[in-house]
Design a protein around this ligand. Structure first.
Ligand code: SF4
Length: 307
């Protein structure tokens, strides 16, 4: 069996920064340390921090007054920052700067009087945070059907933004539909789907030709990992999203000669390595790294943690 190991894959700069922030905060404050939402959407990462005394909460009333708190990589609404202040929490913000960029765009468009069409998935932590910047101005658009159902007068000021981890193809289809319906539509100066999401999708698309199977390492609640699995399936290649080696099913490999292995932006490389070891041991796999794009993005830790 041949394994084509996609590069880039796995941790992005935002996830690296969020995880290093939590490590630094643990060193600085000790346990228990509270995190609003999962620090990143990966079961392995979350459980390993939980074992070290980190408490993940979805409601700040679960955090004792005066405690130390981190905001996750996905960002939070201003209302959550306000509640954290009321509860006298020492809050450190590990929001990815590329999510913050979308928040700032939302604030600007809302100030300019635009109705903002946020292309994204309902219920995702990032989407909830972005909507919270201008809830009265924001309409969530999840697909082309929802785009078709929107109605605005011809002179209405309308802008769009996108979640950072969408399928590039899906987002472009929805944007084109919106532009056709509302020619006055404006958007961000630079695309909101982040470099890491785009690069991982580009690598899967490039490697799918000739592959019999695609394995995406990542958790079910990881949006960018789900998009990688969907992209492979759209390319006609059976694809599975796996949290780790325990999810591998021997029946998937019958008759399979070439497997693409990649990982979502929140999946640790150690889990990828475990999967490769399994494939070497059980299927005599030879692993070739296929680099589709180089990455060198780095985000510094939040100011409070830099010393
Ligand atoms: S996937 Fe993109 S937006 Fe999300 S944390 Fe990584 S770099 Fe930031």
């Amino acid at each position: 069996m041949k394994v084509l190991l996609a590069a880039p894959r796995g941790f992005c700069a935002g996830v690296n920064m969020a995880i290093e922030s939590l490590e630094a905060a643990l060193r600085m404050f000790g346990a228990p340390l509270y995190v609003y939402h999962e620090i990143v959407h990966n079961r392995y990462v979350v459980n390993s921090f939980r074992d070290r005394g980190v408490v993940f909460v979805d409601d700040l009333t679960q955090v004792p007054e005066g405690a130390n708190l981190l905001f996750s990589a996905h960002g939070v609404a201003p209302e959550i920052r306000h509640v954290a202040r009321l509860r006298r929490l020492t809050a450190i913000d590990a929001t990815c700067p590329l999510v913050t960029k979308v928040h700032l765009e939302a604030i600007r468009f809302a100030r300019e009087g635009h109705t903002i069409l946020l292309i994204g998935h309902a219920g995702h932590d990032e989407v909830i945070g972005t909507i919270g910047e201008a809830p009265e101005a924001m309409i969530l658009v999840q697909d082309e059907d929802e785009a078709d159902r929107l109605e605005f007068p011809p002179d209405a000021k309308v802008a769009y933004l996108t979640q950072t981890t969408l399928s590039v193809d899906d987002a472009n289809r929805i944007i084109r539909r919106l532009q056709a319906r509302f020619p006055q539509l404006v958007g961000p100066a630079r695309e909101d789907i982040c470099y890491a999401t785009q690069n991982r999708q580009e690598a899967v698309r490039a490697l799918c030709a000739g592959a019999d199977l695609v394995l995406v390492v990542g958790s079910q609640n990881s949006s960018n990992s789900q998009r990688l699995r969907e992209l492979a399936a759209e390319c006609g290649v059976p694809a599975h999203l796996i949290d780790g080696v325990g999810d591998l099913d021997s029946s998937w490999f019958t008759g399979v000669q070439t497997v693409v292995v990649t990982a979502g932006a929140s999946a640790p490389e150690s889990i990828v390595e475990e999967c490769l070891d399994y494939l070497r041991e059980h299927h005599h796999a030879e692993v070739e790294i296929r680099t589709v794009r180089e990455e060198s993005v780095y985000f510094p830790l939040p100011r409070e943690l830099r010393s």
